[in-house]
Design a protein around this ligand. Structure first.
Ligand code: PTJ
Length: 263
């Protein structure tokens, strides 16, 4: 970590930079991930570096759709692996869903390093009795050449046959638009977290949480646990998903950004 004092007004943002730089140094995050992070920082600044009501609305719908999913899968790239390994594992545990490493930039050994990093942080894989037959316990799923997504040419097409390939709902934080589009074309629902409400991913996902992934993920995990405690019925969850409009949420995010700029 660099020697930024805790009293620095931008301490949290600078600490996150340190984390993502650390990810590159450990071979987990692509060097391109730094540029993506910088773009995210700019949008975070515009939304006020705080979780806004439009993000809360999307988090509620995301929790409902993920709980309703028969076969949810959490996709992990080099940025989120470095920024929020513990929250990704917690989400997997809350949903009984596997994590699947899926990266855009091909670099030798990076998928293995991401996997090792997640295991070091306590990744356990699926625990649900039925799913335990499909996924090895304590396993993070890896991309394979056995199963490939249609409608996409990049490295992201290589998936696990029992993971993203089979999933009905895929959680894909910080994505590039191509795979989101391909997943939708294959009939899967996509939940994303993206600070840029204008990105192709944000526009094409079923549910877009416009917030920093480091703030949004703990809130999403919490919401899922609360719904489980409250024993939310399938009908209520379905009602939340049906009434949710991603278009309206993205419009609110853009309005918020333009208001911030005019203040
Ligand atoms: O590890 P890899 O090879 O799969 O690469 C991962 C990145 C993120 C580099 C890759 O998917 C990529 O190039 O993504 P893009 O196309 O730059 O899109 C990333 C999006 O995430 C942009 O819209 C950013 O605004 C947004 N973003 C960046 N950091 C955050 C973020 N959104 C939420 N939280 C963040 N911390």
């Amino acid at each position: 970590m660099s020697d930024v004092p805790k009293t620095h007004p931008r301490y949290l943002s600078l600490k996150l930079r340190d984390t993502i730089v650390g990810g590159v140094e450990q071979g987990i995050t692509s060097i391109h991930g730094l540029i993506a992070h910088g773009r995210g920082e700019a949008f975070d600044y515009l939304i006020g570096e705080a979780t806004q009501p439009f993000a809360i609305e999307a988090i509620r719908a995301a929790a409902a759709i993920l709980r309703l999913a028969e076969h949810p899968v959490i996709s992990v790239n080099g940025n989120v692996a470095a920024l929020i390994p513990d929250a990704l594992i917690e989400l997997g545990q809350a949903l009984n869903a596997p994590l699947e490493v899926n990266i855009f930039h091909t670099e030798t050994g990076r998928v293995q390093k991401i996997r090792e990093h997640l295991l070091k942080h306590g990744a356990k894989g699926a625990r649900h009795a039925n799913r335990a037959r499909q996924f090895a316990e304590s396993e993070v799923l890896m991309p394979t050449t056995e199963a490939q997504l249609s409608h996409i040419d990049s490295n992201r097409k290589f998936v696990h046959p029992e993971g993203i390939f089979k999933a009905d709902v895929v959680f894909v934080p910080l994505e590039d638009g191509d795979r989101c589009e391909a997943l939708r074309k294959m009939g899967k629902a996509v939940v994303t977290v993206d600070l840029n409400p204008m990105s192709r991913t944000a526009q094409q996902a079923n549910i877009t949480i416009v917030d920093n992934v480091v703030r949004a993920l703990p809130l999403l995990c919490n919401e899922i646990r609360e719904l489980r405690k409250k024993n939310q019925s399938t009908a209520t969850a379905q009602n939340i998903v049906t009434r949710y409009s991603n278009e309206a949420v993205l419009r609110k995010a853009l309005q918020h950004i333009s208001r911030t700029r005019n203040d």
